[in-house]
Design a protein around this ligand. Sequence first.
Ligand SMILES: [Zn+2]
Length: 244
Amino acid sequence: MCLNKLISLFFFSFFMTKDNEQYLASRVLTKPSVKAQSTVIMIPYIICVAVQTDRNAVQSIWPTHAIPYLISAELRKQSSRTNDILSATRMVSDQTCVTFHLRTFETNFLHFKNSPGCSSYVGFIGGDQAVYIGSVCTVGNIAHELLHALGFYHEHTRMDRDSYINIIKNNIIKGTEQNFVKRHGDTLNVPYDTASILHYGRAYFSSNGSPTIVPLHTAKDMGQRERLTQLDILRVRLLYQCGV
Ligand SMILES: [Zn+2]
């Protein structure tokens, strides 16, 4: 599927490194107000690419802590997907004041839909807001997308990232450099976190198997998709004023 009506997807998906480790990089969608200007390119291993404008590291937040969701019929047919989505929502709700509940009549809601990869808009869009969930998306990947939907960009795109990581541009797949562009915005004074569930791993978008991100200091679990870190939890609590 190519999401050709949506502007500025950055990223993708799914490629193999030399050691055959699979990496899943998320696609982030910006607000759909500029749909008509969208340009989509097809390249190998990557589903769709378009250019994203520079935006804040933190996007608009939901006007509520209780976020309604729907799971598409197609996803509900796939036995484990509903459980995985619910597990991902619990990763967020168990440790913050943000909760998720099945939509009844609410106008604004997250809508989990089937897709080849994982992707989400960044922040509150309003209305039927899609979160795309592919068969390759783990529970951690889905939690990563939920943090995008709550308003967060990737951790490695922070303006202060050069104090913590080096981006090796020569190793990045041509045409995907947008995924590494810094973004101005409010970091909520939360320290940089290489272990964040929103941080890319060492070889994401590598054209040759060599690193695209090299940490400057010891960086345990960079690119992990197993858990929200304490700093991930803190940033959600701060953004949604959970009372830290
Ligand atoms: Zn992402």
